[in-house]
Design a binder for this molecule. Structure first.
Ligand SMILES: Nc1nc2c(ncn2[C@@H]2O[C@H](COP(=O)(O)OP(=O)(O)O)[C@@H](O)[C@H]2O)c(=O)[nH]1
Ligand SMILES: [Mg+2]
Length: 315
């Protein structure tokens, strides 16, 4: 017999990784059970610190994520890892490499690792990722690390789901400049200059500092931390920065504000998706065609017709 949503959520809370995986699959596939799952999750969310890691492919996000997982585990924290591929509608090769890097943690019951492909069209990303985060949150994760694969606007969108966003750059990749162009500087709470074992790390850090000094200074000053993720160097400093940012978010009231904005975005995305789907039903049902006929016949102006259409969709 199929487990009810409430049962699945209970199992996930008790630490059953299969229940967690099942719930995330339900979310990803937009299962009809999703509504019920969402309702069952709600009383158990709000605890996890959501940390987004973003930056160009190859900069060291997966390596840094693996190192952070190890640090959080040594503190006894439960950790979720969500790798979101914004670059294609399919889980591709990029994520395969990440799985290899995550192998150390694959058998650890205190770590949930999940790859998700964003569907690459409006609505896909906006509802599935926050729900997957809720699953991991409800499953008792103290921290969820969200690694985005892919670049551009979708990445910025994923980053906006995080409480704390870490932007990684590497020396000699022109990353700082690219980040500035893509509007990524504004979303960074913590900067990491990874591959600091390579030439030019100090120059990259300096460039970042200069770019930051040109921008608006908020109350939070994003620290710039040099790391060699492949050797675990600088990871303690990153952990400290994440802790400090989280404390600042709580003390300043920003955590609550961010979460409200996110919830509003999510509600809107769900509502728009529902409306669009009902609009399709209306099209199929002929109301739109009938209204179009009246507009062509000069009986109705298009604004009045749109009002009738909306009334038809929402009634
Ligand atoms: N030299 C050096 N290589 C690194 C460092 N961190 C990661 N790498 C290597 O850079 C490559 C890309 O790393 P990965 O974590 O997959 O990057 P991602 O695409 O951002 O997830 C891998 O071969 C890593 O071993 C570092 O600090 N120094
Ligand atoms: Mg990666």
């Amino acid at each position: 017999m199929r487990a009810t949503s409430a049962e699945l959520v209970e199992e996930a809370r008790a630490g059953d990784p299969r229940a967690v995986a099942r719930l995330i699959s339900l979310v990803e596939n937009a299962s009809p059970q999703l509504r019920e799952v969402a309702a069952a999750l709600m009383p158990h969310v709000g605890h996890a610190h959501v940390v987004g890691l973003t930056g160009s492919p190859g900069v060291g996000k997966s390596t840094s994520t693996a190192a952070l997982v190890a640090s959080y585990r040594s503190r006894g924290c439960r950790v979720g890892v969500l790798a979101v591929d914004t670059s294609s509608p399919f889980s591709g090769g990029a994520l395969l490499g990440d799985r290899v890097r995550m192998q150390d943690h694959a058998t650890d019951a205190g770590v949930y690792i999940r790859s998700m492909a964003s569907r690459g069209h409006l609505g896909g990303l906006s509802w599935s990722t926050p729900q997957a985060l809720r699953v991991l949150d409800a499953a008792g994760c103290d921290v969820v690390l969200v690694e985005t694969v892919g670049v551009g606007q979708a990445e910025v969108e994923v980053a906006s789901l995080a409480d704390t966003t870490v932007v990684l750059v590497a020396p000699g990749m022109g990353d700082g400049i690219q980040a500035a162009k893509a509007g990524i500087l504004e979303i960074a709470d913590v900067f990491v200059v990874n591959k600091a074992d390579r030439d030019g790390a100090d120059a990259t850090a300096r460039d970042l500092r200069n770019m930051l000094s040109l921008g608006e200074r908020g109350e939070w000053q994003p620290p710039i931390i040099k790391t060699v993720a492949s050797r675990g160097e600088g990871i303690d400093e990153v952990m400290t920065a994440l802790d400090r940012h989280r404390e600042w978010l709580v003390a300043s009231g920003r955590l609550d504000a961010k979460r409200r904005i996110r919830a509003a975005d999510e509600i809107e995305a769900i509502a728009v998706t529902a409306l669009r789907s009902r609009m399709g039903d209306v099209r199929g049902g002929g109301l739109l065609d009938e209204l179009a006929g009246r507009v062509v016949a000069g009986q109705l102006d298009p604004y009045a017709a749109a009002d009738e259409l909306i009334a038809g969709v929402t009634s």
